[in-house]
Design a protein around this ligand. Structure first.
Ligand code: SUD
Ligand code: ADP
Length: 290
């Protein structure tokens, strides 16, 4: 099926949540070491990708606010060409559903899906760890999406240990404000000295988001979302914000809160998954021998 209709395949690029985000130190290059639990979700952007003989990388429609040459899928395609010497080109399109710049990893996930899809279509044969290494040059969150499992992460997010988590339902709410990752990491008010913990300790006690206290000071809208969601459970920010999430035992419970979400915010309901929808698709391709 796939071999006949490759251009029609919708390659999923899932969102993630950081179920904790501990900043444990600052490296000499200015980047921060962290410990985080990357929880993959079944809520996705979708890419269509076709291979071409031209060698050109073309985006069918621009992503709002992003120049095509800066788009992470274009940069991912070019990085794969450079790493493999592949002379083929590609035409890509993105069906964007994940709010941008919200700490949900959409751009990084798009890049990871482009790497995985093109590695398949171009038959460049790189392993997932090799693709993750290429992805790390594009962003600290790309490796987890390439590897495709919910995981405990250390370093800048590239040292990954898969950890199966309960398949909770999450309501994710994004206020109408933009939080700059670079601004938060360079702010003098950021907590950067959280002691390292073990995965076992996280699983037992949970963890906090070290960026949250600073972000709510700088962006009162994020505090408003947290206060509102706290009526229904323990709300926490993901990444460097601005999105906030709250866990529910059932889809219905999460959906019923989404129905009464104040109009100035956007939200979606998603289920936690341990295997990325992208990797479930790859498995299906392998199984059918397409
Ligand atoms: C902290 C996280 C947690 O998921 O936040 P979100 O982006 O998801 O909100 C990510 O690892 C972010 O990864 P990503 O968004 O790919 O960051 P990058 O583009 O690599 O870096 C943006 C800027 O943030 C700073 N930065 C980023 C990551 C890190 N571990 N230390 C840093 O100091 C650097 O100044 C860098 O120039
Ligand atoms: N394909 C893409 N999708 C989303 N953002 C992209 C993309 N390519 C580049 N970007 C840039 O990356 C930034 C971060 O995007 P995103 O991954 O959605 O958020 P976050 O890093 O907060 O999780 C965006 O604000 C945008 O400027």
């Amino acid at each position: 099926m796939l071999s006949e209709n490759k251009a029609l395949v919708r390659w999923p690029a899932p969102a993630k949540l950081n179920l904790c985000l501990h900043i444990t130190g600052r490296r000499p290059d200015g980047y921060h070491n962290l410990q985080t639990l990357f929880q993959l979700l079944n809520y996705c952007d979708y890419l269509t990708v076709s291979s071409s003989e031209s060698g050109q990388i073309t985006l069918q429609a621009p992503t709002p606010g992003v120049a095509d040459d800066d788009n992470l899928v274009v940069r991912a395609a070019r990085a794969l060409q450079a790493a493999t010497g592949c002379a083929l080109g590609a035409t890509l399109s993105i069906d964007k559903r994940i709010p941008m710049g919200g700490g949900l990893g959409g751009g990084s996930s798009n890049a990871a899906t482009a790497l995985v899809a093109l590695n398949y279509l171009w038959q460049t044969g790189l392993s997932l760890p090799h693709l993750a290494e290429i992805g790390l040059q594009l962003g600290a969150d790309v490796p987890v999406f390439v590897m495709g499992q919910t995981a405990w992460a250390e370093g800048v997010g590239e040292q990954l240990t898969p950890v199966p988590m309960p398949q909770n339902w999450y309501l994710v709410v994004t206020p109408n404000c933009h939080v700059s990752t670079a601004e938060i990491f360079s702010h003098k008010g950021l907590t950067r000295d959280t002691p390292n913990i073990t995965v076992a300790a996280f699983l037992e006690q949970g963890g906090q988001n070290d960026c949250q206290a600073l972000v709510v000071k700088l962006h009162p809208q994020v505090r408003q979302v947290i206060d509102w969601l706290n009526q229904f459970g323990a709300a926490q920010m993901t990444g460097t914000g601005a999105s906030v999430y709250c866990a529910f035992a059932t889809a219905e419970a999460a959906q019923s809160v989404l129905c009464i979400l104040p109009k100035q915010w956007q939200g979606f309901v998603a289920q936690a998954v341990n295997i990325s929808p992208l990797h479930s698709l790859l498995q299906q391709i392998d199984d059918t021998g397409a």
